[in-house]
Design a protein around this ligand. Structure first.
Ligand code: URA
Length: 315
């Protein structure tokens, strides 16, 4: 048992070193952990209908949390124009009273997302839940679409080719991945056909798939309270109730429940453009202009060198 525990510790330390602040556990893993580590002796007796031992990583009673009173939901933001497939923003997931720190709240949320029957019962999403990465102290939250193959493997958003480009963008802003928070509007990789022979193929999540995860994203934003949200691509924007093409939405801040949100091109689109016309510099420049607005909004300095990135002068 101790070697399994050591391995688990090592695995978690490696994740922490990569900036992962919380992990999701499958139901089976939760059961195993409960068996390995009994609840502390000081814990008050558990009611009969609840498990006798608690998971060390999270408070035991997900059901109880679900029954906790909902925090007052902020009024939904009216989108700039009517939505063709309207997304009405639901109340954030209830925040557990047992979770004291934002890290604990996010860890708890990740656990709820893992056990998200609403998403799982759709049958159109793959099994592995990929939650988020970064710091709960982030001033900037990036919201993408859904995990891809690499993300499923690593259980971390934006680690594949698009993720590597996103990391470069974040670094160009003078930040590290660990300085921001990166999440997806859909926490599961959408299946293509029955998902068995999908390989590296991905598709955008449907409105229903996004809605099945929406309460978690709203709760993440509620916990982190960033200064700015960046929606990567129109799918993420739609999932946050902002409808329109990136071409029309980008370049200015919109309002997301009192927080400025910038919609910009998804890194995958930049990669596709790179393939198509051997550069995609013009689109990279547009994204960079959006990111400079984000930097300005959070008070990050912008050097002349940074201002010139992807400008025509650089070719
Ligand atoms: N694209 C996304 O939108 N999210 C990921 O996590 C990876 C690629």
């Amino acid at each position: 048992m101790s070697s399994a525990t050591d391995l688990l510790k090592l695995h978690l330390a490696q994740k922490a070193a990569r900036g992962v602040t919380h992990v999701a556990l499958t139901r089976e893993a939760q059961t195993q952990l409960r068996l390995v580590r009994p609840a502390p002796a000081t814990k008050p007796p558990t009611p009969r209908n609840q498990p006798a031992v608690a998971s060390p990583a999270a408070p035991p009673a997900i059901r109880r949390v679900e029954q906790a009173p909902l925090p007052a939901a902020p009024a939904p933001v009216a989108p700039a124009r009517p939505l063709p497939e309207r997304i009405s923003l639901s109340a954030p997931s209830p925040l557990t009273p047992q979770a004291q720190t934002r890290d604990e709240m996010l860890a708890h949320l990740a656990l709820e997302a893992e056990n998200n029957d609403k998403a799982r019962s759709l049958g159109t999403l793959r099994d592995i839940m990929v939650f988020a990465t970064g710091t709960p102290d982030a001033e900037i939250v990036f919201v993408g679409e859904a995990p891809g193959a690499e993300e499923e493997k690593m259980r971390e958003p934006f680690v594949g080719p698009a993720g590597q480009l996103l990391t470069k963008i974040i670094q160009a802003m003078g930040l590290r991945r660990n300085d921001v928070y990166i999440t997806n509007i859909c926490k599961f990789r959408p299946k293509i056909d029955d998902g068995r022979f999908q390989g590296a193929k991905n598709r955008a999540p449907s409105v229903g798939e996004m809605l099945s995860c929406q309460q978690f994203v709203l709760a993440e934003l509620e916990i982190i309270k960033p200064k700015v949200i960046v929606a990567l691509g129109s799918t993420a924007a739609t999932g946050l109730g902002i409808e329109g093409t990136v071409g029309r939405l980008r370049g200015q801040f919109h309002d997301f429940r009192g927080t400025p949100i910038m919609v910009t091109y998804h890194p995958s689109y930049l990669l596709r453009r790179e393939q198509e016309d051997g550069g995609g510099i013009a689109e990279k420049r547009l994204v960079w202009e959006d990111m400079m607005k984000v930097m300005q909004q959070v008070g990050l300095p912008i050097t002349d060198k940074q201002r010139a990135y992807f400008s025509k002068a650089r070719g």
